[in-house]
Design a protein around this ligand. Structure first.
Ligand code: DP6
Length: 394
């Protein structure tokens, strides 16, 4: 009997950013956050977990390379908690096979290049938790599982759900009420799409973990942010409920800007945006200005995480204009896969070319990834296993 399960989990990109911990060990945030889950057909992490009596220790491989599972580290905590739940189930139901005590081999694989600079920790940790929960046949809910994923990487808790997801900060000292919840499923607003602009960045920036801690310790502006986020959470949830893209876009851009402002307000200052990022902001700004001046709504919303890549959210109907504009000003190094077969569209009437910084060399934006709102973790067939008969990555 092989005890094994394979699961995949999605990437999520926050529109209300998580930036700051009140408890660094339990990973409890200083504010609630909200994200959109992206489609696993385009971006996903897949993880296989196997428990076997022949294994002599827990081992984990990430994209084929073995990683150390550090005692007391984040991975260790996630595995330990899920194993403890399985042990409880085995104690309650004596007929269950005793697999909690067996050592594990875990292999995880991202279908997007790590070099793309996209956060892989959220989807990776969520896939790990989903695969172990499947292997152990745990009865816990997705919100319960999100509490475990949270301790692997804060933003990972939001990848346990599809659609639109809130991470409630919670108030309990032990973190029991700091978990993810679905705000709306993907089916509620399937027209919402995302264009990821992968921006070249040679130097390695400050990690989220270190950066947010520095902000908590030194930024006076963070206190103002913590005052405004609760209303933003309510307002953007209402905008999602009403499928009101204008309101959704305004809040998304304001929150990205404020997140990067608290980074700048940190001592020493943290810069995640670069000149290309700022030129993309100017482009989206001008697309929106021209669209509004023509009596229409906003076309698109940008948001940036802890790096220079832009994620542009827009309804499917606006994407041809957005893609044409990005393509015109930022010729990419890699060919555009164009999964939705978008046809080229003209820039909106009244678009002022003089306000957008042109003349970027080819490859300033390396690659465009066009995707859409997606579903939560999926249990995959045994045929998708990442481990061979010996329990080593294939
Ligand atoms: C800017 O979840 O990577 O992407 O909890 O320390 O692992 P740790 O941090 P992480 O931080 C993500 C920060 C962000 C905003 C967000 O996703 O909400």
């Amino acid at each position: 009997m092989v005890y094994e399960a394979t699961a995949s989990a999605p990437v999520n990109i926050a529109v209300i950013k998580y930036w700051g911990k009140r408890d660094t060990k339990l990973i409890l945030p200083t504010n609630s956050s909200l994200s959109v889950t992206l489609d696993q057909d385009h971006l996903r992490s897949t993880t296989t977990s196997r428990a076997d009596a022949s294994f002599t220790k827990d081992r984990l491989w990430l994209n084929g390379k073995e990683e150390v599972i550090k005692e007391g580290g984040r991975l260790h905590t996630c595995i330990k908690e899920l194993r403890a739940w399985r042990a409880e189930e085995e104690a309650k139901h004596p007929n269950l096979p005793k697999i909690a005590a067996l050592k594990l081999h875990i292999a995880s694989y991202n279908n997007f290049p790590t070099a793309a600079g996209l956060a892989s920790s959220a989807s990776g940790l969520a896939a790990l938790v989903a695969s172990l929960a499947a292997l152990y046949e745990l009865p816990q809910s997705r919100s319960d599982l999100s509490r475990i994923a949270r301790q692997g990487s804060g933003s990972a808790c939001r990848s346990l759900f599809g659609g639109f997801v809130a991470w409630r900060e919670g108030h309990a000292k032990d973190g029991t009420d700091s978990l993810a919840e679905e705000v709306a499923p993907r089916e509620h607003w399937p027209e919402l799409q995302a264009l990821i602009c992968v921006v070249s960045d040679a130097k390695k920036g400050t990690s989220s973990t270190a950066g947010m801690q520095a902000t908590v310790e030194t930024s006076p502006l963070l206190q103002e942010r913590l005052r405004v986020v609760p209303k933003r959470m309510l307002d953007i949830s209402r905008a999602i409920e009403a499928r009101d893209f204008d309101e959704f876009a305004r809040i998304t851009m304001a929150d990205s800007n404020q997140f990067h402002a608290v980074c700048l307000d940190t001592t020493p200052p943290i810069f995640y945006l670069n000149d290309v990022s700022r030129a993309i902001i100017a482009l989206v700004q001008e697309l929106n200005r021209a669209s509004e001046a023509a009596g229409n709504g906003l076309l698109a919303a940008y948001t940036f995480d802890a790096g220079p890549n832009a994620v542009i959210y827009a309804p499917a109907a606006n994407m041809p204009a957005v893609i044409a504009a990005v393509d015109k000003y930022f010729p990419q190094a890699n060919a555009f896969a164009n999964p939705f077969q978008v046809e080229k569209a003209p820039l909106p009437a009244g678009f002022d070319e003089s306000v957008v910084h042109g003349g970027w060399e080819k490859g300033a934006v390396k690659q465009l990834i066009h995707t859409q709102v997606g579903d939560g973790p999926r249990r995959l067939d045994d045929a998708e296993s990442l481990l061979n008969a010996e329990g080593i990555p294939k």
